[in-house]
Design a protein. Structure first.
Length: 349
């Protein structure tokens, strides 16, 4: 899981926990239903059965929050548990680039048989701006490259609380501009470049799309999974899905407090892109989870883009929780969502 799992199994090693998850997913449906209990239905949506079972066994005690170090370790370990396996034909290479006051890594994913300049996706991982990494999203990025017929370049932007706003945003913008300025280095066509990411990474992708729309080579597509686009308010989905799911309201508040200085204007478009100028930004694909505190703001941002005249494809996956980009290897509903994303990359780039 991309989000944290806490339960009576937590004292066990990650390897044992992963083995338990694997066994649970192999249970016949009648047994899984018996163990999971009554279907979880909210707003007319029914939670995916295997995920409901995992939630029942791995749910956290109320108001329990991991530390920054624990959250990062769990992201990096659990990000691959339900993701796709490593792709044998994707070549992975790391680069370092200079950014303001430091340097960051980029990771390029490219099919071994690729020739010439490919379309590209600049990818920003999720993790609330405090967790997530190149490791946590490694195999999803491999399959985005393979199935999307493009080069993927993942950005290892710096994280809060060590590097609060605006450092991660500046890293994301500078990385995008570096990549478009060096197409030969990365083997890409800068006229066919997308930005994308999940959760906080969706926030960063949306910000980059707005801030670079007048560049010589702006994004041609923004691919936003469960985007966190408004840090100024909590819409009704924060209450409806406040607890008992893989992402909870208390955790979202914790992330925001780590990321934002106390005097930050939470309606700043670089913090909450829903308040930004969306006229003239790239066409968008917005993929929203039904069981997610961020559901309503994702829907609102898709509507804002449409009202601004932006070609916007929008879908709510009403059986899925927040971290569905990382569970597309094992969960059928998430596989469908992942296929929708890679189809958009093939068709729109």
């Amino acid at each position: 899981m991309k989000t944290t799992l806490k339960s009576q199994l937590k004292p066990l090693s990650f390897a044992v926990q992963r083995a338990v998850v694997s066994k649970l997913l192999q249970l016949p449906e009648p047994i899984a239903r018996r163990l999971a209990g009554k279907p979880k239905v909210i707003d007319g949506q029914t939670l995916n059965l295997p995920l409901q079972l995992l939630l029942k066994l791995f749910s956290a005690p109320a108001d329990t929050l991991a530390s920054v170090a624990e959250t990062r370790a769990e992201f990096d370990e659990q990000g691959s548990w339900l993701a796709q396996p490593r792709h044998p034909d994707i070549v992975v290479e790391d680069f370092k680039i200079a950014v303001t006051d430091g340097e960051i890594r980029l990771r390029r994913y490219r099919h071994r048989n690729s020739v010439g300049k490919q379309p590209a996706l600049v990818f920003y991982h999720g993790g609330g701006y405090a967790a997530g990494s190149l490791k946590s999203h490694d195999t999803p990025c491999q399959h985005l490259a393979a199935d999307g017929h493009c080069t993927v370049i993942a950005v290892d932007y710096r994280l809060a609380p060590e590097y609060p706003f605006p450092t991660p945003v500046n890293d994301g913008i500078e990385a995008f501009r570096h990549i478009t300025a060096h197409p030969d280095k990365y083997g890409i066509d800068p006229a066919r470049i997308a930005v994308g990411g999940d959760s906080a990474g969706g926030n960063l992708a949306a910000v980059v799309a707005q801030q670079t729309k007048h560049d010589a080579h702006p994004p041609q597509l923004q691919l936003l999974w469960v985007p966190w686009v408004d840090m100024s308010t909590e819409r009704p989905s924060y209450e409806r899905f406040a607890s008992g799911l893989f992402l909870e309201r208390a955790k979202m508040r914790w992330y925001a407090n780590l990321y934002l200085p106390k005097d930050a204007d939470r309606e700043d478009p670089k913090i909450s892109p829903i308040y930004g100028d969306t006229t003239g930004v790239a066409p968008a694909v917005v993929l929203v989870a039904g069981f997610d505190p961020l559901r309503d703001e994702g829907i609102a941002y898709a509507h804002k883009l449409t009202e601004s005249g932006i070609d916007t494809t929008f879908k709510v996956y009403d059986s899925l929780p927040h971290p569905f980009i990382n569970i597309a290897g094992q969960i059928e509903d998430a596989k469908i969502a992942f296929a929708d994303a890679t189809k958009a990359l093939r068709e729109k780039l």
